[in-house]
Unconditional design. Sequence first.
Lengths: 342, 270
Amino acid sequence: MENILVLTHADESGSALSKASLEAVTAGKELSARLSAPLTIGIVAADATAAAEVLTSAGTRLLAVSGDAFAQARYASDAAAAEALCHAANASIVLAPGTSRFTRVAAGVAHRLGGFIDTHITALSGTENVEASRWFYRQRVEAVLSRSTRPWFLLLDAGTHAAFAGDGQPAQIEQVSVELPVLRTTVSGFRAPEQGQQTIRPDAKILLVAGAGWTKKQPDGQVHVSEAGELILGFLRGTGASLGSSKSLVDQGGEGNSVLPFLTHLNQIGQTGSTPRHAKGLSTCCHGEEPHVVGWRFIGDRRAISLDPNCGWTRGKADVVYVADAFPVMAKVNALLEAKKA
Amino acid sequence: MANVLHIVVCAGIVPDPLQTLEPVTGPTGPGLKNEMVLPAVLDPWAASALYEAAALAAKNPGSKLWLVSLGPKAKLQQVMMTVAQKVPFELVPIDGPIGGFPDAHSTAAVLAETIAALPGLDRAKLLLFGGWESATRGAGVTLQLVGERLGITDQFQGVDQIDLHDDGSFEVLERVEGGKHQVSVCGGAPAVLGWATGNLAEPRNNPQVGMANMRTIMPALAKAKIAKLDANGLSYVSVSLPKQQRETRVVKDLTPDQIAAELVEWIGAE
C-alpha cells in the first residue's frame, strides 16, 4: 500500500501556508481517497502551529519542522527539513507544490532518500497505479508517465488543483527534529526588478502579452516607445493584468535599442520564459511562435491584436484575432476602462 | 582581489525551438520523429549559464571553465561548431542519447561521475553551472542531483545574477514567485547555480576563439565516453501532441472604437 506525504511550506508572511501548498493538500487528499492510502501532511515553517490552522479539518496526521532557520528558503535547511519529514512519514509517494522553495530542494531530497522525482505535474490519474501528466519540450508534447520505484516525489504545478480550505482551528502537530548542517548561505531578502514597477501578477485574471511591434516604426516613420509604455501600463492599471513579453522585445534592451523600461527577462514568456496560468490572455504587436504556442499553453480565453491577418501563429491558437493597429485600439480600451471606473 | 574558480557548466543540446516536433514511440521508448536530423542548439538556459561562466572566469584570472555535455557525438560536434566561437572553454563530451524522455536521475549520475573525474578539478573551487531547466525534459532536477552526488549543499535555482566578493563569498539573485528575486549571500564555492536568463547578451561569434576551442574539442569528441542511461522504473503511458486547435475568428472590419468596446466587454465578462 502507498503511504502519501504532502510537503507544504509557509508563505512570505510565515503564518499561513502558501496557496500552492494548499493546492498540493487538495491533490494529496484526492489521491489518498482514490488509492485508499494514508495521508500525512508535512509543514516547513518558522511557526508551524499558525501555518497549520487551516489544515485542522484535513483529517490527517500533521508533521512539522519549525524554527527560525526555516523562516527562509535555503537549500541546506529546507533539504534537511524535507528529508526529516519524509523519514518521519515513511512516505512512498511525496507530493509537493512546485514553488521556487521546493523546486530548489525536492530533487536533492529524493536522491538522499534513494528515491526519484518528476516535476511540473499537471494531473494525477490511475486507479491501481499512479499516473502523472506533464509536458515536455516546453509545453509542446504532453505525456503520462508512471514509476515503479519508490519513494516517488511529484512536484505539482501551481493552479492545477483547487486550494484546500479548512476551518482555521488549532491543530495537533507532531514536531520533527532536524539536525542542520553548517549553513553557509544567508538569505537577505527579496528584490523587485530594478525598473521598480511590479508588472508580474501571477494571480491576475488576464495576461497582456507585449510583442516587439510596440517598439517598431509606426506609420509616421517614428518609434513611439514612451507612448507604447504608457498604453501598456495604463492597461495594467485599468485591469490589474499581469504583463508578459516576447523574447524579441526583452532582448532589444541588450541590443542597445529603445526598450520599454519596465520590462525584464522575468516578463518573458515562451521557450526561455515562463508559461503562466491565467483565465484570459490578450496578445498585442506579437508575431512569433513563442508567445502563442508555448507561452499561451495554459491561458484559457485568448485574443490577439495583430496587423498581420495571415499570422500563422495566431491562427488556431487564439480565439479571436483583431486585425488592427494596437496603438489606437489600446488607447481606446484604456479610455473605456477609465470611464468605466469613474 | 581575484578568486580562482573552477567552473563546470552542464549543458545539453536541444532541437532548434523553431522546429516542429512530433513524438514517436520506438523500441526503447518515446522520442521525436527524425530526432537525429533535427537541427540542434545548445539548451537556451544552459547557454546563459555558459556565457555567465565565461564572463566570471574572465574577471578572475587563473580560473578554468569546462563545458560538460551529454548527447550523440555527431550532434555535439554540429552544435559545437557554433558554440565554440562564443567563449573559451574545455569541452567534456559524453556520447549518449538525445531528448527529453530519458530519466534525469540517470543523466545526473553520468554527469556527476564525469565531473568527479575531471583532471585538475579542485572541488573546493567548484561552481557548478547549468540551466535551471532544460528545453527538453524541463524538469529542473538534473543539476540539483549532480550537486547532491558531488556533496554540494549550497544550491541556487533560477539564478539571474551573481556578484563575487573579494573574500570568495558571493551574492546571488534567484527568481521566486511574483516577478521578484530572492537575494542570498553564500560563503563561497563549492555551490550549484541553475541559471535562468542572466543579464548577458549572447556573445558575438569570434572565429579566433572558435579555432582555439576546436583544437581541443575535436580530440575530446573522438575520445568521448559512451553513456547508457537506466530507466529507473520510469515508463510512459502515453506521449502525444496537444490536440486542441482553436477556431480562430479573424476580425478585419472593425474600427479601433468597436474593437476596444468588444475587448472591454470581454475583459469585464465573468
